[in-house]
Design a protein around this ligand. Structure first.
Ligand SMILES: [Zn+2]
Length: 369
């Protein structure tokens, strides 16, 4: 199966990228943009696999597997350490790319969350993107072109992903074996986020986390309950993130040990990798908690829709009973305030407030109504 089949509802993008792999319209800097869940980094990594694979991205050869495991020698995936990409990290990657793109082999640098480049780091990239080493291809990912300095985005070919429709998502889940009812439910509950939909359809742990988040509104009768519920929500998000990052981390550690061993002189490399893995886990925890908050906000939107008699299809069709009860027991004004409280909590966490503190603040606000 071609790696491009991983892109959901993006026919135009697949056409552009396939043509580039075949040599039509290829360039050395690309910018993948689209809303969260549209699959920016999935698209960038599929393109990387296609550029490095002798068969144009077969998805099954050694090279394609190495791209998936992030262990391919000609691939660098830059993830922000902490909440921004530093100038040191940018310089290191630019140097590594220039050194290794030799012998006529393509070298691909994927920058996930390029919007988190600090200004100084962006300047370090700029030179590399202006005068790329032979054979180096940069794939940057960001929510929108405006998230990058104009000097960088003007040098990139733009690839715009759209949020897939629920029908797009459901049909992908069905093709990979989900029954139609589960596929339709997961597509609605994920609000167009493909990775999330797949996890909901196949992963018991993810479903349990969602249910816990959606029970939260009924567990807030005392201040003590609010604090406990907040703690559990954060803990569950942490567990979920840990499960997801562990497998990748283990593969990376194994690949590094295989490449350089564990002996004297390799401690620095191992500790660099551990640092990268820790910062990835921190981000995965935030993302996991954020998904729970997105579910919760949508749950209150469903409540509001019932209170206002709107005929929009619910995000959480399996929650009709609890949602009707909540609609009955509160006013539209209180529901609106609660939606705003959830959004404020997401913003606080994005702005680096301690997650537990932010969620405790949230549960108390939800209780007050
Ligand atoms: Zn391949």
């Amino acid at each position: 199966m071609s790696v491009f089949e991983r892109l959901v509802g993006q026919a135009a993008v697949v056409e552009t990228l396939s043509a580039a792999v075949a040599g039509h319209g290829m360039t050395h800097a690309w910018l993948f943009t689209g809303p969260p869940g549209s699959g920016r980094s999935v698209a960038a990594r599929a393109f990387a696999a296609a550029l490095l694979c002798d068969a144009g991205g077969c998805g099954t050869c050694r090279s394609c597997h190495q791209v998936d495991a992030r262990t391919h020698a000609n691939l660098v995936v830059v993830e922000p350490a902490g909440l921004s990409i530093s100038v040191d990290e940018a310089r290191r990657v630019v140097r590594a790319a220039a050194l290794s793109a030799t012998g006529g082999r393509t070298h691909v640098v994927v920058v996930e969350d390029a919007d988190r480049l600090t200004e100084a780091a962006a300047n370090a990239w700029l030179k590399a993107i202006e005068e790329p080493a032979e054979g180096t291809v940069f794939l940057l990912c960001a929510p929108s072109p405006e998230d990058l300095p104009p000097t960088i985005r003007s040098r990139c070919r733009l690839v715009t992903l759209r949020l897939p429709t629920a029908a797009d998502v459901a049909s992908v889940l069905e093709r990979s074996g989900a029954d139609p009812a589960t596929a339709a439910w997961a597509a609605a509950a994920s609000q167009g986020h493909v990775g999330r939909a797949r996890a909901l359809a196949t992963d018991e742990g993810v479903r349990a986390q969602r249910e816990q988040a959606l029970r939260l509104p009924f567990r807030l009768s005392t201040v003590g309950e609010c604090i406990a519920a907040a703690g559990e929500l954060v803990e569950l998000a942490d567990d979920e993130a840990g499960r997801q990052t562990k497998a990748v981390a283990a593969a990376e550690t194994e690949a590094l040990t295989e490449a350089v061993g564990k002996g004297r002189g390799t401690a620095g490399l191992h500790s660099d990798l551990q640092k990268k893995q820790r910062s990835r886990e921190t981000r995965a925890r935030r993302d996991s908690l954020d998904r729970a908050l997105v579910d919760l906000a949508a749950w209150y939107r469903d409540v509001l829709a019932v209170q206002l008699g709107a005929r929009t299809p619910p995000v959480h069709p399996d929650q009709a009973g609890p949602i009707a009860a909540a609609a009955e027991g509160s006013t539209p004004e209180a529901t609106l305030r609660r939606i705003e409280a959830v959004l404020a909590c997401r913003e606080a966490i994005a702005a680096n407030v301690t997650p537990l503190l932010a969620v405790e603040h949230l549960t108390l606000a939800l209780r007050a109504g």
